[in-house]
Ligand binder design. Structure first.
Ligand code: SAH
Length: 249
């Protein structure tokens, strides 16, 4: 078992692999004007086991291509899509978000919740823009500072973990500088972190440790997640995921 195998194992039985909720997905979706489009082609990038993909499939008349690096998550997504009778709308592809299988100006919507950080926000929005039709929508959630200043310990932690963390105004400027107009912005409430992500993850810790026979690596991973949750609870006033809804110019 490598560390990556363990990360997949700890995450694969939950509805989501990052903060979010059905309400957040729908709140973002409502900001799109899709009235002139009869059938849509949508990519959901870094889809995980498909928390948001299933919501998109239920509410959109669309062909959805759901992409993730890990086939285990996609298997879970396919299983859930069949159970919920939306499998005919979803095609899954195991592929890196840095090498997407699309043609220029092919997509109406690019959706990506809690995943673009894997290639970096700026690199991602630049590269993915090519695949969007003019006026096509980009809907991404990304870690965001909520306040102008913050405790030094937190600043140091995030600058190390993800140097692109920034305020929404900085992220919006990056979008504007790269051929997008902002359509809407909101940030995820605490319930999307705790009920949507951390509590279901915590509920699976004991079965994860049993499956992994309490190996050192598995124990350390659970401990690291507990630390992360405590850090979130201590500092939740200062950061969240921002949801950015933008339109290609
Ligand atoms: N959108 C889902 C998952 C977010 S977690 C949700 O909100 O619940 C981030 C996801 O990105 C994981 O599923 C992970 O497997 C995927 N991922 C990580 N690196 C990737 C890459 N290079 N290309 C594609 N997907 C990647």
């Amino acid at each position: 078992m490598t560390e990556v195998d363990l990360i997949v194992d700890i995450h694969k039985n939950t509805d989501r692999q990052g903060p979010g909720s059905t309400e957040d997905t729908l709140r973002a979706l409502q900001m799109l004007d899709l009235s002139s489009l009869a059938s849509l082609k949508v990519a959901d990038i870094g889809c995980g086991s498909g928390g948001q993909t299933l919501t998109l499939a239920k509410y959109l008349s669309a062909d959805i291509i759901a992409i993730d690096l890990f086939p285990e998550f996609l298997e879970e997504l396919n299983h859930r899509a069949s159970q919920q009778n939306v499998n005919h709308k979803i095609k899954t592809i195991a592929q890196s978000m840095e090498h997407l299988p699309f043609n220029k100006e092919e997509l109406d919507i690019i959706w990506s919740e809690g995943a673009i950080y894997n290639m970096g926000f700026e690199a991602g929005i630049k590269q993915w823009q090519t695949y969007l039709k003019p006026q096509g929508y980009l809907c991404v959630s990304e870690i965001t500072w909520l306040t102008a200043t913050r405790p030094q310990e937190l600043e140091e932690y995030w600058t190390q973990a993800y140097p692109e963390i920034a305020k929404a105004s900085d992220k919006i400027q990056i979008l504007e500088n790269n051929g997008y107009n902002l359509v809407g912005y909101f940030y995820l409430p605490e319930s999307s972190w705790m009920e949507g992500y951390y509590k279901p993850l915590q509920n699976g810790f004991s079965s994860f440790l049993e499956r992994q026979q309490h190996s050192d690596m598995a124990n350390n991973m659970v401990k690291a997640f507990e630390d992360e949750i405590n850090k979130y609870l201590k500092y939740k006033a200062y950061f969240s995921y921002g949801f950015y809804i933008a339109q290609k110019i």
